[in-house]
Design a protein around this ligand. Structure first.
Ligand code: SF4
Ligand code: SF4
Length: 678
């Protein structure tokens, strides 16, 4: 490419003189069609309720997210094969769109761009990324047909846009091959893909090459315009809506549900009809690429329960556009739906109450769809109408009546501490840390042993702490995730706030990731802010500072389970592992699904209080942990412990398998006299 001056090419070569005008006319039709489609979408979004949070704050963070998740496809690449195919398609599409734009600028504005060395590199890039586009589309199509993942969609809605895009790329190469064969330009070698195919058609007469080129040119143009025109009506609309959904993602902490401000005045705090969703939820539903990642990570779906987070999104999108807009689901799957029938008949109570609020779907979604807020919004709607499973209703009633979902008396709150001489706030009055025991460790017999282990370690490390005892009450997490926002905001939060104020509580240690997450991420939104730390982090710090020294060798291997509210919600992955690693003789086995991609124990979101159909989630997770060959499971959450204990009993492994909290292992190693009583 040394002497490249003047190298370029004539645009609209080999087509009739009226072809440019026809191209503009067709392009105007395409713009009109896609503009109508986009307007229909926007019109539908505007029927949604106002947003309850600022979607335009932290512009720097939003731009970073856009770069990371939209341009660099950070979450798409979580899966190697589909990530590679998508990266090939996406980069090919971007580069070819840019190349076509340059051609249009040169042709329409008369600015010479495609000339000399730049033209040669332009051809090299266009050929390379064109090949990536076609290969990516074919790879994705092949994968869908030859190696389909269970539950993944393979309808016209998935195949059609991919096949059309592959045809656009392939026909573009055909046009170039025929042009090179007919004209033998000096720069042919820069079009390295097309040039490699030229020998296969080179022998054809010149006239045949020119005529074929003309047909191929029109064919390519029509395919390209058909693709462009269909974007707003197909799943390819995610080209526009996915970046918008990512930019508008919530800036809340991972673990915080969207709050309902002024709950007392809110007539309809939840979603029963589709237009109870916000415009952002509607826009995000239109961003779904149908990739199925959320469904693949969903423990409820894996356990055969009637919930697929992908279907929640796609059904919502279909109903949002039910009034005259072509359903993005295969024809006939859904009918337009009016009013409250949306939640009852389309999303269905079975799906909505199956969710454990584990957040795996939200973590997996490459386009920042917030499934969990949609599900909890519908729960709030059901609760406002009194439509709630009986077992959940009982747990909520007990929380309201007795201050805990167990329905146990407040006077029993300290039974776990018998003989431990634990400092009580009402007696000591001042203390540095409040040890927030939580309802599970206060009342559940198995978890009372964990509370004893934590208190023993705090005493051993000379931590200045106290417990509230009968003055402690539920933090309201279960009520909130069951959709009882009123009980949370007007019942539990003020009660806890009063107790904090009474003792001027500034620092809280929790033994439960659910209480931890609620205090850390949700109470501040309601004006209650304390410094809160989970016992995994607190113990790790005590070990680091030498205030706890584990000395007794335990000689055991444990499989560690990341609880959703500690790990995925709050990024506390290393702290519990540091605690276990400090114990002499103890080794940690890692299950395949761990850290960000950990699999829920099945208890969250009030699920522990509900009878569930299908295979139980805790049994599935127990099998995954058992597959490590460890004979023990360590966790740092009372709910996980209850669920795994249940699985051990179900498998009749009581004598040979143990499930323990990390604090119990630590207490065993640190405190020679440690002996849990209850
Ligand atoms: S939060 Fe968890 S259980 Fe609920 S839909 Fe998402 S993945 Fe499924
Ligand atoms: S909601 Fe997100 S993860 Fe689920 S199918 Fe749609 S794009 Fe994929």
């Amino acid at each position: 490419m040394s002497d490249t001056a003047g190298i370029g090419r004539e645009l609209f070569w080999g087509v009739p003189a009226w072809a440019p005008m026809a191209t503009y006319a067709l392009f105007a039709i395409v713009l009109l069609t896609s503009g109508t489609g986009i307007l229909q979408r926007v019109k539908a979004w505007r029927t949604g309720r106002a947003e309850r949070e600022n979607r335009f704050d932290d512009l720097a963070g939003r731009m970073t997210a856009l770069l990371k998740y939209a341009l660099l496809q950070a979450r798409v690449s979580d899966r190697l094969t589909s990530g590679l195919f998508h990266a090939a398609i996406f980069s090919g599409f971007l580069v070819l769109t840019a190349a076509t734009t340059l051609v249009a600028i040169q042709n329409d504005l008369g600015i010479l761009i495609l000339d000399g060395a730049f033209y040669l590199w332009f051809k090299v890039f266009a050929n390379s990324f064109g090949l990536l586009l076609v290969a990516g589309c074919l790879g994705a199509l092949l994968r869908r047909f030859c190696f389909p993942l269970p539950g993944h969609l393979r309808g016209v809605g998935e195949i059609g846009p991919l096949a059309l895009l592959a045809s656009v790329g392939a026909s573009g190469f055909l046009v170039e091959v025929l042009r090179i064969a007919a004209t033998r330009p000096a720069a042919a070698s820069a079009s390295w893909v097309s040039n490699a195919i030229v020998p296969f058609v080179q022998a054809a007469p010149f006239g045949t090459l020119v005529a074929s080129h003309t047909y191929a040119w029109w064919f390519h143009l029509i395919l390209a315009f058909a693709f462009l025109g269909s974007v707003p009506f197909s799943k390819m609309f995610h080209l526009a809506s996915a970046p918008a959904s990512i930019f508008l993602r919530s800036s809340r902490a991972n673990g915080a549900l969207q709050a309902v401000p002024e709950i007392e005045e809110e007539e309809r705090p939840g979603a029963l009809a589709v237009d109870d969703f916000s415009w952002k939820q509607m826009l995000s539903a239109d961003a779904c690429t149908r990739c199925g990642r959320c469904q693949d990570e969903c423990p409820a779906y894996a356990a055969g329960m009637p919930l697929s987070p992908r279907d929640i999104v796609l059904k919502s999108a279909a109903v949002i556009h039910g009034g005259g807009y072509a359903s993005p689901l295969p024809t006939g799957t859904l009918q337009p739906c009016e009013g409250d029938a949306f939640a009852r008949d389309i999303l269905t109570p079975g799906a909505i109450w199956s969710c454990t609020t584990c957040g795996a779907c939200v973590r997996a979604c490459p386009v920042s769809i917030e499934h969990l807020d949609m599900i909890v919004d519908v729960r709030r709607g059901f609760v406002s109408e009194g439509k709630i499973p009986e077992s959940a209703r009982v747990a909520l009633r007990k929380t309201g009546d007795t201050g805990n979902p167990w329905g146990m008396p407040q006077s029993d709150r300290l039974d776990w501490a018998e003989g431990l001489d634990v400092p009580i706030a009402s007696e000591v009055k001042t203390f540095e840390y409040l040890y927030w025991v939580g309802c599970a460790a206060s009342y559940d017999p198995r978890n009372r042993k964990v509370a004893r282990a934590i208190a023993t370690l705090l005493k051993r490390a000379d931590v200045d702490f106290a417990v509230l005892g009968p003055e402690e009450t539920c933090c309201g997490e279960t009520a909130r995730r069951l959709g009882e926002e009123g009980l949370f905001q007007l019942g539990t939060v003020p009660t806890v706030k009063a107790a904090f104020e009474k003792y001027d509580v500034r620092k809280v240690i929790t033994g439960c990731p659910h209480c931890f997450n609620t205090f850390l991420n949700e109470y501040p939104l309601l004006g209650v802010s304390v410094e809160v730390v989970h016992h995994a982090s607190f113990l790790a710090d005590l070990l680091g500072s030498g205030r706890l020294v584990p000395s007794r060798k335990l000689s055991t291997e444990v499989a560690f389970h990341d609880s959703c509210y500690l790990g995925r919600y709050n990024n506390l992955f290393d702290e519990p592992r540091r605690v276990l690693a400090a114990i002499p003789g103890l080794t940690v086995a890692e299950p395949e699904k761990r850290r960000d991609f950990s699999f829920c124990c099945g208890a969250g979101g009030g699920a522990m209080w509900m009878e569930v159909p299908g295979r139980r989630i805790n049994h599935l997770r127990f099998e995954q942990l058992r597959a490590t060959d460890a004979r023990s499971i360590a966790s740092a959450c009372p709910y996980c412990l209850i669920m795994f204990d249940d699985a051990v009993k179900f498998h009749d492994l009581g004598e040979t398998f143990e499930t323990r909290d990390i604090a119990e292992y630590m207490a065993d190693s640190v405190e020679p006299d440690y002996a849990p009583k209850k």
